[in-house]
Design a protein around this ligand. Structure first.
Ligand code: SF4
Length: 507
């Protein structure tokens, strides 16, 4: 099973990755009566989810099968996140518990760390918890299979592979076979377009764990998207640590369009693709060409995740974010001028070193002015090797807790109001499958990235449908397709919720 919780709150189960296999490869010891099974647990963001998916597809292609639970698996891999200390502590605690149980029961399981924490801590992870045999860094995911082969065959006892590898951003294009995720049709897929980040925000460990920016080529990204669409995928989310910096070296601006907008144009031209999303952008990357793309490209949905981090110019400068509060507000204004009902979400850090009550008040006031649909609010967590970790002015935990609570209350109150304003509207959704909240219902996603739960049927999966919103839950909408009387329709470009809705949101 691959499981993880990303910003979308997606929890996934990939037990159905298990494929029939023939003979067990001769190089595994005799106690493997069948090809070894692997359980992958994912921590962190959508980029990590996508990496786990690619590793799982790679292992299945080598003949491994993916286990439904950790206890029965021959191999347990934790794909880790380093963005906050809590994420690292969770993975370390989990591994300690797994190794302890395995030792007690003498299961002989192989344990490994993948991803960001593997990259930043390297060999030390094999020393602290006796029993960890594999550490694979962020540029070496594609070698996980061969390292496991060597460990399981006894050719190696411990493998730590965290070196940089040029071109590694292009070596993770594998996707699971159709229907392999939870046995349900895959309607929406992630496609990684680049790795790394050159921005070096002072709080962020990503440039250390993921390295500098490395973009894939437009033809290889388009080929991967085409292949997914041919398998029935209707929506693609382009992924990267800072997607708006895509192709800065490789694709100089053409006709005023950046490399990233050139990529959007190329993906948009794929026949059969219904929707395009992307994450994560940097506010600095919202030039006129990208704002204009929202008006020009109907498949580019009305949804933007713009990480704000702070509403105080003083703190933004200390964070090395490269924009001011005014510039951020101006970007939102321009986006809403092009698409008035755009769904806008953000990330905010509270308790950055030196943040005064006045700075925090500016974050609060900006949130009230902008009215985000939702926000991920994080308590500042010092990360080793980052400039902010040694800055003066660290705040007491209780101050950070208090600001976190107050900001969350504000975000929730604004979000509730914005969601309630959608009741009675007709919205276009792409049906993704059975609801994660209520297995008796189905769920789809609006173009502005809101989940709608409704009474559906298997035949609706992958369809674009219009539903009338009849009530709201916590950051969830509930809809009724029957009331609209339009039922399902195959492809509905141009009939988005932006067109169908009648009332307007603020902005
Ligand atoms: S732009 Fe994002 S990924 Fe890059 S350093 Fe800043 S916070 Fe980290």
């Amino acid at each position: 099973m691959i499981s993880g919780e990303g910003p979308r709150g997606a929890i996934w189960c990939a037990a159905a990755f298990r494929l029939p296999f023939g003979e067990v490869a001769a190089y595994f010891p005799p106690h493997f009566q069948q090809m070894p099974t692997v359980f992958i647990k994912t921590y962190g963001c959508q980029m990590n989810e996508r990496d786990s998916e690619a590793v799982a597809a790679q292992l299945v292609a080598r003949g491994y099968s993916i286990a439904g639970e950790e206890s029965g698996a021959d191999v347990v891999l934790l794909n880790t996140c380093s963005v906050r200390d809590l994420a690292e502590q969770k993975a370390l605690g989990k591994m300690q518990a797994l190794v302890g149980q395995a030792r007690k029961r003498e299961t002989g399981q192989v344990f490994g760390y993948l991803g960001c924490m593997a990259q930043s801590r390297g060999a030390e992870l094999t020393q602290g918890t006796d029993g960890v045999q594999l550490v694979v860094g962020t540029q070496k995911f594609h070698r996980t299979g061969e390292h496991l082969d060597a460990l399981l065959a006894g050719r190696e006892t411990v493998v730590v592979d965290t070196a940089e590898e040029s071109g590694s951003q292009s070596r993770l294009a594998d996707h699971p076979l159709p229907g392999a995720v939870s046995g349900r049709r895959q309607v929406s897929a992630f496609v990684s377009i680049m790795q790394g980040c050159n921005q070096h925000c002072t709080f962020c460990i990503v440039p250390f764990t993921r390295g500098g920016e490395r973009s894939r080529t437009i033809p290889e990204i388009v080929a991967e998207c085409r292949e997914l669409v041919a398998r029935g995928v209707r929506e693609i989310t382009l992924l990267g640590q800072i997607v708006t910096s895509y192709g800065r070296r490789e694709y100089p601006p053409e006709g005023g369009r950046s490399g990233f907008v050139q990529l959007l144009d190329a993906v948009h031209a794929i026949e059969g693709l219904e929707r395009i999303r992307f994450t994560s952008p940097h506010p600095k990357g919202y030039g006129e060409d990208l704002v204009e793309a929202y008006g020009r490209l109907p498949k580019l949905v009305e949804s933007a995740h713009l990480p704000l981090q702070s509403g105080s110019d003083r703190i933004l400068k200390a964070m090395h974010r490269g924009y001011t509060r005014d510039r951020f507000e101006a970007i939102i204004g321009r986006l809403r001028a092009v698409k008035p009902r755009m769904g806008i979400t953000t990330d905010i850090i509270v308790g950055f070193p030196g943040e005064t009550e006045e700075d925090f008040g500016e974050t609060m006031s900006l949130c009230r002015a902008v009215e985000f649909d939702n926000a991920f609010v994080f308590k500042y967590s010092p990360r080793r090797d980052t400039p902010a970790a040694t800055m003066a002015g660290a705040l007491p935990e209780e101050v950070i807790e208090d600001r976190h609570r107050r900001l969350l209350d504000t975000i929730n109150e604004i979000g509730k109001r914005r969601y309630e304003a959608l009741v009675g509207r007709d919205m276009s959704i792409l049906v993704e499958g059975i609801s994660r909240r209520n297995p008796a219902r189905y769920e789809g996603r609006t173009r502005c990235n809101k989940i709608v739960v409704f009474a559906g049927a298997p035949r609706h999966v992958g369809q674009v449908m219009d539903v009338r919103i009849d009530r709201v839950g916590t950051f969830t909408l509930y809809g009724d397709p029957a009331v609209v009387g339009l039922g399902e329709r195959e492809v509905g470009l141009g009939e988005s919720d932006v067109v169908v809705e009648t009332a307007s949101l603020k902005g």
